[in-house]
Design a protein around this ligand. Structure first.
Ligand code: NAD
Length: 433
């Protein structure tokens, strides 16, 4: 099939490349001409393991091209995927400007019958509105069918998730469109769950809200564990053995971040609010997360007192390992608090430094090596569970001025830490000193 994918971010580019890999002819479109130029030269503008190799392979095999021109990109498309961003508005609702711009552009430039597949996460009812928007603005006598196909990939394992995901959700009342999409995805051998448009849209928000709830829940348990002398890692392991609960997303830490959970939880609260429903539980989840993200900073102040001119080593900036994405990462809040308190922040991240420089306070210094960030520090805080940090030689902590480590991700075994002479605080476990 001839496919177009609009938006070449974490979702769009991975989707385009993977669809090319299973044999389709894909045109990836983005308004960012610099990005398009890079990709034409086989440079992947984001960090996603395995993506460069797969993108280059499919370009060389003539199944993948890039353009900044919508009209040219839509010319032959049997199916057009929308994978542009839906960031958060100030009131927490989803900003649909980019999605609507693409829908209008399709209406004005598409010249053959096409299916428009919305991969972007959009509030319930959006696809129905996009259908009307396209029908009302169509310049050619073509049939355009809008289908919801929410995306569930995770940054850092996006290619694996696209090939081996748990389910593909297709929301449509048009049997022919569902058939065509089923055919398109056939080589992936992933179960397809076909439903109506609004339920499909809700599946995405409900899934992310549920995962965020699990995280906030275990973080609350962790905070109680600290006070009653239990160990949250053992509690989570024991809970996870119950198949009704499952062990995934029961990792205590400094809360969720990233480009999806924070905005999607808030958007779902808004979706509920728009129909006069107070999603009380989810408001709690969001508030707990806000509190949890500050936890490392608070533990630092508790143990170090005044942070003026203290060197704090910040280990990990990305919102999770294996990505360069720092959108809504806890590191943003924590480094802001640190710089406000007059600390000298020396940060290390194996991949996300360039993105961090664009977002974080300009006073932050970036170390080239983990050891350099830690050396002579008054304290070290761990914000991302990169395997490089998890597997580091713990003796490096001895090069600190005072070996105080606040581990926001519980990455070290307490038994290993006990062998060293350092003061170690983590989340929901006993303190070692
Ligand atoms: P992103 O910000 O990484 O990429 C969006 C891209 O769209 C950018 O390159 C931007 O230049 C481009 N764009 C904007 N307007 C355009 C237009 N009119 N024409 C062409 N290109 C345009 O976004 P993302 O993280 O890939 O997320 C995309 C959507 O997928 C969002 O709705 C998000 O909630 C959802 N989603 C994201 C993830 C994730 O892990 N990132 C997972 C599942 C779902």
């Amino acid at each position: 099939m001839k496919l177009s994918v609009v938006g070449t971010g974490y979702v769009g580019l991975v989707t385009g490349v993977c669809l090319a890999e299973i044999g389709h002819h894909v045109t990836c479109i983005d308004i960012d001409e610099i990005k398009i130029e890079k990709m034409k030269n086989s440079i992947v503008p984001i960090y996603e393991p395995g993506l460069t190799e797969l993108m280059t392979k499919n370009m060389e095999e003539d199944r993948l091209v890039f353009t900044a021109n919508h009209e040219e990109g839509f010319k032959d498309a049997d199916i057009i995927f929308i994978a542009v961003g839906t960031p958060e508005n100030e009131d927490g609702s989803a900003n649909l400007t980019f999605v609507e711009e693409v829908a209008l552009s399709i209406a004005k430039t598409a010249k053959k019958d096409t299916i428009v597949v919305t991969k972007s996460t959009v509030p319930v009812g959006t696809n129905d509105r996009l259908q009307i928007l396209i029908n009302e603005n169509k310049l050619n006598t073509i049939k355009v069918e809008v289908v919801s196909n929410p995306e569930f990939l995770r940054e850092g394992s996006a290619i694996y998730d696209t090939f081996y995901g748990n389910r593909i959700v297709i929301g449509s009342n048009n049997e022919k469109a569902v058939q065509q999409l089923t055919e398109l995805y056939k080589p992936l051998a992933i179960p397809i769950y076909s439903t109506d448009i609004r339920s499909a849209e809700m599946i995405k928000y409900a899934s992310n809200a549920f995962l965020a709830t699990k995280i906030s829940f275990i973080n609350e348990i962790a905070n109680i564990c600290e006070r009653v002398g239990a160990d949250v890692e053992k509690v989570a392991a024991g809970m996870g053995l119950d198949k009704r609960i499952g062990s995934a997303f029961l990792k205590a830490g400094i809360g969720y971040g990233g480009s999806c959970f924070p905005k999607d939880t808030k958007a779902l609260i808004q979706i509920a609010g728009n129909v006069a429903y107070d999603f009380e539980l989810l408001r709690g989840v969001v508030n707990v997360n806000k509190k949890q993200q500050r936890m490392v900073f608070e533990k630092l102040v508790e143990n170090l007192g005044n942070l003026q001119r203290k060197k704090i080593a910040v280990l990990g900036l990305a919102f999770k390992p294996n990505t360069d994405d720092i959108r809504e990462a806890p590191s943003i809040i924590i480094t802001n608090e640190l710089t406000k308190a007059g600390a000298y922040v020396c940060a290390y991240d194996p991949i996300a430094t360039e993105n961090a420089k664009k977002t974080l306070d300009s006073s932050i210094v970036y170390a080239e090596k983990l050891e350099d960030a830690i050396k002579d520090a008054d304290a070290a805080v761990i914000l991302t569970e990169w395997s490089e940090i998890k597997n580091m030689d713990l003796n490096i902590f001895k090069s600190m001025k005072y070996p105080l480590v606040i581990d926001g991700r519980n990455i070290f075994e307490l038994s290993d830490i006990k062998k060293l002479q350092i003061e170690y605080h983590s989340i929901g476990r006993s303190t070692i000193n």
